[in-house]
Design a protein around this ligand. Structure first.
Ligand SMILES: NC(=O)c1ccc[n+]([C@@H]2O[C@H](COP(=O)([O-])OP(=O)(O)OC[C@H]3O[C@@H](n4cnc5c(N)ncnc54)[C@H](O)[C@@H]3O)[C@@H](O)[C@H]2O)c1
Length: 273
C-alpha cells in the first residue's frame, strides 16, 4: 500500500534530539527519505540507524544550523543527489532560562541565531527547489511560550514568536507556488532540553496539571508534523497548530496554575546563574 510521503524527501534539523528524532521517525514511517540534520553526530547517527532498522530511508547530515553556508551546501547536495527536498522541518533550537535582567547581549544573540536566524536561512535555501517543483512544506517548530509568554525566558519566547511571524509571511509569499508553510507549537515535553533545566517534581506537576493528565510526548508533536507534511494538509497555510492536551487554554484560564508555574521557575532560574 502506498504511504502518504512516498518519493518525498524531508530534512529535519535537530533530528538527533527529543522532538526531532520522533519527527524524523514518523516522516520516514510515512514514506519519506529523511535527512537527519544535527550538530551532534552520535544522536544523528542513532536516529538514522533507528529509521533504517524500521525499514525506512534516511541519511545523516552533521552540521550546525548557524553555519548558514554549510546548511545551504547540504541542501544543495541533497537536491543534486536525490532531486528535491519536499519538506523542511525547522526544529533545532535551544532553551534560554535566564531572568530578564541577567540576559547578556551574547545570550540574546546566540538564541536568536539558532532559533530564528537559522530557520530563516534554511527556508531561504529550500525555497528555490520547492518553487521549481511546485510543491513544498515548511514546518517551523515554535513553542507555547511564544504564545503566552514566560517569566525568566523572554529571549527564548520572542525567538520562537519570530517563527510564527516568518510562517505567516512565507505562507503568503509562497502559497502561489503550492508551498505550504505552517507552525507547530509543542507544549512542555520531557526531552533533554526540558530535563536539563527542570527537576523531576516540576515535570510531574506539569503533567498532572495538564487537562489530559499527562505531558505531551514527542510523538504527539510528530503526528502533527506528519499531518502538516502530508497530502491532507495541502490547503493549510500560515497556521499555528498545537498538540498540548489543553495546556494552553488551561494556563490562560487558571491563574492559580500560572502563578504556581512562575513560583517554581524562580528558584530554578537562580540556580542557573
Ligand atoms: N521540549 C519542550 O518542552 C519544547 C517545548 C516547546 C518547543 N520546543 C522546541 O522543540 C525543538 C526541539 O526541542 P527538544 O525538546 O527536542 O530539544 P533537544 O535538546 O532534545 O533537541 C534539540 C536538538 O537540536 C540540536 N541542535 C541544537 N542547536 C543546534 C544547532 N545550532 N545546530 C544543529 N543542531 C542543533 C541538538 O543537538 C539536539 O539534538 C526546539 O526548537 C525547542 O525550542 C521544545
Amino acid at each position: 500500500m502506498a504511504n502518504p510521503l512516498d518519493d518525498q524527501v524531508a530534512l529535519v534539523t535537530g533530528a538527533g534530539g527529543g522532538l526531532g528524532r520522533a519527527q524524523a521517525l514518523r516522516l520516514a514511517q510515512d514514506g519519506a527519505h529523511v535527512v537527519v540534520h544535527d550538530r551532534d553526530a552520535d544522536t544523528a547517527k542513532a536516529c538514522v540507524a533507528a529509521i533504517l532498522d524500521a525499514g525506512g530511508q534516511a541519511e545523516n547530515a552533521i552540521g550546525d544550523v548557524t553555519d548558514f553556508a554549510g546548511l545551504r551546501a547540504t541542501i544543495q547536495d541533497v537536491e543534486r543527489r536525490l532531486g528535491h527536498i519536499d519538506i523542511l522541518v525547522n526544529n533545532a533550537g535551544v532553551g534560554g532560562g535566564q531572568p530578564f535582567e541577567e540576559i547578556t547581549e551574547a545570550m540574546f544573540d546566540e538564541i536568536f541565531r539558532i532559533n530564528a536566524k537559522a530557520p530563516f536561512f534554511a527556508a531561504q535555501a529550500v525555497i528555490p527547489g520547492m518553487k521549481r517543483r511546485g510543491h513544498g512544506r515548511i514546518i517551523n517548530i515554535s513553542s507555547l511560550v511564544a504564545l503566552r509568554g514566560k517569566a525568566n525566558n523572554p529571549h527564548y519566547a520572542v525567538s520562537k514568536a519570530a517563527l510564527i511571524g516568518f510562517t505567516r509571511c512565507w505562507a503568503l509569499e509562497y502559497a502561489p507556488h503550492k508551498i505550504c508553510v505552517n507552525t507547530v507549537v509543542p507544549s512542555f515535553i520531557a526531552t533533554p532540553m526540558a530535563t536539563s533545566a527542570f527537576g523531576a517534581d516540576y515535570i510531574a506537576e506539569r503533567g498532572a496539571a495538564n487537562p489530559m493528565g499527562r505531558l505531551a510526548t514527542p510523538e504527539d508533536v510528530a503526528k502533527l508534523v506528519a499531518f502538516k507534511a502530508g497530502p491532507d494538509a495541502d490547503f493549510i497555510a500560515g497556521q499555528t497548530l498545537s498538540a498540548n492536551g489543553g495546556e494552553y487554554i488551561n494556563a490562560m484560564c487558571l491563574g492559580a496554575h500560572r502563578q504556581q508555574v512562575l513560583r517554581q521557575l524562580r528558584p530554578i532560574a537562580r540556580t542557573r546563574r
